[in-house]
Design a protein around this ligand. Structure first.
Ligand SMILES: O=C(O)c1ccccc1N[C@@H]1O[C@H](COP(=O)(O)O)[C@@H](O)[C@H]1O
Length: 214
């Protein structure tokens, strides 16, 4: 029997949404530390939310090209299980972050064409997980969380040395096809369970979880 898909719901900013996500079976919750994002949370907000996340649900800090001062502040205040690097961090920076904070690191690689796949090889020996997302358009305000997907056929038959997650424009209506096409065992999303940018919708969270875990 195939293993159950693991779901990460990202960009959570209320205790209620975290409870809904956890009760529906999410295995990871993500906090966005990126001021330009409508999902941005302060360190104090994240700390208050994180302490109540149920055991067994991993708490992930999403950062974008964060320097050590910011990561020091986040990791010293917020109980975390993983750091997600969603910017243009180099493989050397991934290694540095892992060593400095002693937490697993998930590096994001944006895809728009087969050429981008080679970048995954640069990270699979240094990151604990890879998050494969749609490459953001050059003029986008955000490097992720734009509700855009990519051609999932790019991932057909691919295998990497570390666990990976699929992200980019996932929602209840396409997640089953995305899993079937890519073989993803983990999926991650943000805007697909929102009623407006940064506003999570409990009904959409439940609907997505049902579709992803079916
Ligand atoms: O969600 C954000 O605001 C965000 C900001 C900066 C970098 C990444 C961000 N989100 C991540 O992008 C993926 C895909 O989002 P979506 O499902 O297409 O909306 C999401 O899983 C977040 O990890």
């Amino acid at each position: 029997m195939p293993a159950t898909t693991r779901v990460k719901i990202c960009g959570l900013s209320t205790a209620k949404d975290i409870r809904v996500a956890a009760e529906a079976g999410a295995r990871y919750v993500g906090f966005v530390f990126f001021p330009k994002s409508p999902r941005n949370v302060t360190i104090q907000q994240a700390r208050d939310l994180a302490v109540d996340v149920p055991l067994g649900v991993a708490k992930v800090a999403l950062t974008v090209n964060a320097d050590n001062d910011l990561l020091d502040a986040i990791t010293s205040a917020v109980p975390l299980d993983m750091i997600q690097l969603h910017g243009s961090e180099s493989p050397e920076r991934v290694t540095e972050v892992k060593a400095r904070y002693g937490l697993p690191v998930m590096k994001v690689v944006g895809l728009s064409s087969a050429d981008d796949l080679t970048r995954i090889a640069d990270y699979e020996t240094v990151a604990d997980q890879i998050l494969v997302d749609a490459k953001a358009p050059k003029d986008a305000d955000l490097p992720g969380g734009n509700g855009l997907s990519f051609d999932w056929r790019l991932l057909e038959g691919r295998e990497w040395a570390v666990p990976w997650m699929l992200a980019g424009g996932l929602h209840a209506g396409n997640v089953a096809e995305a899993i079937a096409r890519t073989g993803a065992r983990q999926v991650d999303l943000s805007s697909g369970v929102e009623s407006a940018p940064g506003v999570k919708d409990p009904a959409k969270i439940r609907e997505f979880m049902q579709a992803a875990l079916a």
